[in-house]
Write a protein that binds this ligand. Structure first.
Ligand SMILES: NC(=O)c1ccc[n+]([C@@H]2O[C@H](COP(=O)([O-])OP(=O)(O)OC[C@H]3O[C@@H](n4cnc5c(N)ncnc54)[C@H](O)[C@@H]3O)[C@@H](O)[C@H]2O)c1
Ligand SMILES: O=P(O)(O)OC[C@@H](O)[C@@H](O)[C@H](O)[C@H](O)CO
Length: 392
């Protein structure tokens, strides 16, 4: 049996990567920090995921075990010595935290001269390359050369709404039936393993896929959450049930698609139908996605190449002034959640630096006209939240 080591046994780890690797015949070791979940996976050797398909279809994923990253370092290295593939989905904020152990694992693996591939499955452009840089920072130049000659660092784009629910104290991933797992073919070192991964889509150029994912799918999702927050909606579905919000979200997705059209010569009709089907996924009656989950980590989401600001900067370079997309930055800046450390950090930075400096230093927005428009929109939203929809 092929063996995979997957870091992050959360919603997408168990709900997408776990399912697909299992379908392709892999035995999976999950690495996590949640001891209760680790104990459950070890005691049962399997888990269940539920499809949000209106029927509650359940799928069993077997041949699994788990280790704790904080307590089982030696065992983790041993598993990686025997593994055929390493994957992650732990969240970008945790990538740096696993880099030291990952470096140790890849050094041990490199000494055996056996090839291995690593895929970071996170919502970010070149997430694997970002992990790769963190790993490089942990080792000397010679050791890095050895790691590079034995390890394939493969970027990916993944798409599936994966939530979870608690049933009798047990956490069950709840996933939409739709799924996508796209990887960069040329980066794979182990051709045999790649051939066994039948549920992967291999492409030569990942950029159009990850940009379409972030700038259409995740942008639409995030905007529904941030505008939903302003209108006191609890879930994304509740937010999109409001016609004005729905039309606003669709408009921004269409505006963002102008960049994809120009950059990749994507066809208008295909983009429009992609947007429509994405909106249907986001408003599925079988999914109840909390605003707080989708709006989580607003500082990350305001990054210069991320879902909110990325399309604005790219469209500006094309000479455009995407008014509605600009308003969405103001909506993110208005977001508050005392349980989300990044939302708390954002609020603190905004009050210490002011909006203009925050936008310049954190979001890479230097254009005076855009900064002014964002400041104006923040003000307008504070006075009258319906100002968001003016002109729609
Ligand atoms: N859930 C989705 O719908 C979805 C879809 C596509 C992509 N993603 C991306 O996948 C990643 C994971 O998202 P999620 O929704 O599954 O989050 P999640 O919180 O459900 O899962 C993350 C898991 O990682 C574990 N973890 C945290 N720090 C760790 C560490 N240092 N070492 C090992 N494990 C650690 C957590 O305990 C948790 O089990 C994110 O980058 C997210 O953007 C999520
Ligand atoms: O995971 P994040 O925080 O980057 O974004 C939240 C959601 O938009 C995201 O998890 C989606 O559900 C997912 O990306 C759909 O494929």
């Amino acid at each position: 049996m092929l063996k995979a080591v997957h870091f992050g046994a959360g919603n997408i780890g168990r709900g997408l990567i776990g399912e697909l690797l299992n379908k392709d015949g892999f035995e999976i070791t999950f690495i996590d920090i949640n001891q209760e979940l680790i104990d459950y996976l070890n005691a049962n050797g399997k888990y269940v995921i539920e499809y949000a398909d209106g029927k509650g279809t359940q799928v069993e994923i077997d041949s699994v075990s788990a280790l704790n990253i904080l307590a089982d370092e030696k065992d983790i290295i041993d598993r990686i010595l025997e593994a055929d593939l390493i994957t992650t989905s732990i969240g970008m904020e945790n990538i740096e935290k696993i880099s030291k152990l990952m470096a140790k694992c890849l050094v041990a693996r490199g000494l055996t001269n056996k090839k291995i591939d690593l895929i970071a499955n996170e919502n970010a452009i070149n997430a694997t390359d970002r992990l790769k840089n963190e790993i490089q920072n942990q080792v000397s130049e010679d050791v890095w050369k050895m790691i590079l000659s034995n390890t394939g660092f493969v970027n990916s784009a993944i798409d599936r709404q994966a939530l979870s629910k608690e049933v009798n104290g047990l956490n069950i991933p709840v996933v939409e039936p739709y799924r996508e797992w796209v990887v960069e073919k040329s980066k794979f070192k182990n051709a045999y393993v790649l051939k066994q991964l039948k549920n992967l889509v291999c492409v030569d150029d990942l950029k159009p896929y990850i940009e379409r994912k972030l700038y259409i799918v995740n942008a639409g999702h995030a905007i529904a959450a941030y505008i939903g927050y302003i209108f006191e909606k609890k879930t994304v579905q509740e937010s999109l049930a409001d016609e004005k919000i729905f039309e606003f979200v669709r408009k921004v997705m269409l505006i963002n698609s102008r960049y994809l059209k120009s950059e990749y010569s994507m066809n208008d009709k295909d983009l429009e139908s992609f947007i429509e089907s994405t909106l249907q996924r986001h408003k599925s009656p079988y999914v109840e996605d909390e605003v707080s989950r989708v709006a989580r980590s607003p500082m990350r989401k305001l990054g210069a190449d991320e879902r909110i600001v990325g399309p604005i900067l790219k469209l500006r370079k094309l000479g455009q002034f995407p008014k509605e997309s600009i308003i969405t930055v103001a909506a993110v800046l208005s977001y508050r959640d005392k349980d989300d450390s990044e939302a708390v950090e954002m609020e603190g930075l905004l009050s210490r630096l002011g909006t203009e400096l925050f936008l310049k230093t954190h979001c890479g927005i230097k254009d005076k006209k855009i900064i002014k428009a964002i400041e104006q929109a923040v003000d307008d939203i504070r006075k009258n939240r319906d100002s968001i929809f003016e002109g729609i």
